[in-house]
Design a protein around this ligand. Sequence first.
Ligand SMILES: [Zn+2]
Ligand SMILES: [Zn+2]
Length: 334
Amino acid sequence: MKVVGFAAESVGADLKPWEYTLELSNPHEILVEVEACGICHSDIHMIDNDWRMSTYPLVPGHEVVGRVVELGSAVEGLVVGQRVGIGWQASACMTCHDCLSGNENLCDHHQGLIVAGKGGFASHVKVDGRFAFPFPEALPVEAGPLLCGGVTVYSALRHAGMTSGQRIGVIGLGGLGHLAVLFASRLGNQVTVFTTTAEKTRQAEQLGAAEVVVVEPGQSPPPPRARLDLLLCTVPYPQDWVAYLQWLGADGTLVLVAGGPKPLEIPFWALLGKRRRVMASPIGGRAVLQETLELAARMKVLPQVEVFPLSEVNRALRQVRENAVRFRAVLRAG
Ligand SMILES: [Zn+2]
Ligand SMILES: [Zn+2]
């Protein structure tokens, strides 16, 4: 099938229209006609080859919502015309211990949609059908950010022990942070947002935060009203970890979905006294992704997005780079 996408021809380049062919190459694959696709910071890291694994021309886009147009012979549970969502992950080995445990996102052979192939800033996408998820009709097509940003924070909080009735802190109120506030508060938790932007206080409260702590740039975070059970870091910059850890209660967990390149410096004593833990968490497995979508549909966890036509992808990318989008950008086809 002839496909038109937007591709970066070289490191950091503006995207240009590019025609290529997509054909099913194994019986598990499907072709999807893209209706909308979110922009994630990982798209920009890939355009800029920050992780040294980009190949060009590079078609970004891994928060894809669209309709199935072609199915391989081994695909089960999907039909032509069905609306599906596709996130960062395009495939996994499906036979290792992690895959068999429902942790396909932790598979050593896991492949990213825009690392191994071409992404969703295009008319069509090809993916292993086991990594395309029925997209609830109750969700708008602009809710694509649930497929990477949403599942990333939801899975991190779940694996860090989120239930309900807890005190949960969220560092940063951006694309990831606002989704974490929505999920955690909708599930009945008391959410404290730590932000360096005082103007975001009202937005945080509207999203469901019970408390907003404004952190002066370069300063230690002031204490929240009460110690926290979980603290999620969504910003890719070094933080005053010792200060943040002391705001965690007994058995409290600091979980990072973003961290930056520098080693974390955490003294033993900051963990010991209250048996605290530090962990990190990448995207989510298939079961958790399905759960993220179903929960979002049921509890109205709707990403707050700014919508751009796909033809204005470069303007949208510039705004994301300038941190001018609240809170996530989505490209609409057509
Ligand atoms: Zn992403
Ligand atoms: Zn595997």
